[in-house]
Design a protein around this ligand. Structure first.
Ligand SMILES: [Zn+2]
Length: 236
């Protein structure tokens, strides 16, 4: 594993205030995290203001993910994975005494109550993903990088975009319609990449104040695109 020094030169005396310069684009990073390095994790790097993708790829290892963070310095990272254990749980061991607190977080219950179907945080098939998500959040927080959790299927439903399982091409078209620019046209995109792009879009919306949050927001909020008001009657 390459040491961090090879990516970022050691700085001896950083100025307290950044020198004025041409405004650098604000970058957000969407991560469609998978349970481990055997599976493709989607990464989408987006210019938040223009919604233009600067990079879209699948990676495997934690080092790959960390390298992308080092390279792009995202202002916000949006991750498709549970980023906490259920309230009351101190581990994921089903034989531990803490298992009496169950496998659902409060935010899972809030999603279910709202009609969505998240996989329970500590469902046996989810444990690896949840623990990897918690570890990634810890690394991001140690670098002071703001992070939110995103549930791409829920975001796609709210944006009126077909989900990947229904229609991959429709998901790609829907993302373009929703304002995502720079999706590569020369190759077939994977659902991992398209879900990562969805996460990046929600991150950009979040910076614009165009999202809502669900659940208690501990340790970071689960955010989704703001839903249009139900009443369409003009109120004057
Ligand atoms: Zn425990």
């Amino acid at each position: 594993m390459p040491p961090a020094e090879s990516v970022v030169p050691p700085s001896v005396s950083e100025p307290p205030v950044e020198a004025p310069r041409a405004a650098a684009p604000v970058i957000v990073l969407g991560v469609d995290l998978r349970s481990g390095p055997r599976y493709p994790t989607g990464l989408a790097v987006m210019d938040a203001a223009t919604r233009r993708l600067r990079a879209l790829a699948v990676v495997l290892t934690d080092d790959d993910i960390d390298a992308a963070v080092e390279r792009w310095h995202p202002a916000l990272v949006a991750i498709d994975a549970p980023l906490a254990l259920p309230e009351g749980r101190d581990c994921a061991d089903p034989a531990c005494d803490c298992a009496r607190f169950g496998i659902l977080r409060q935010v899972d219950r809030a999603c279910i109550a709202a009609g969505y179907h998240p996989f329970p945080t500590l469902l046996p098939s989810m444990v690896g993903l949840t623990l990897r998500g918690i570890a990634l959040l810890a690394r991001l927080q140690s670098r002071g990088i703001a992070t939110v959790e995103v549930y791409p299927g829920m975001a796609q439903d709210i944006l009126g975009i077909p989900r990947k399982r229904a229609d991959l091409a429709g998901l790609e078209r829907g993302l373009r319609r929703a304002g995502v620019r720079g999706l590569p046209r020369a190759r077939r995109l994977t659902h991992d990449e398209l879900d990562a792009a969805t996460c990046a879009l929600v991150a950009a919306l979040h910076l614009d104040g165009a999202t809502e949050a669900m659940g208690p927001g501990i340790p970071v909020p689960l955010v989704f695109p703001a839903r249009p008001p139900r009443a369409v009657t003009a109120a004057r």
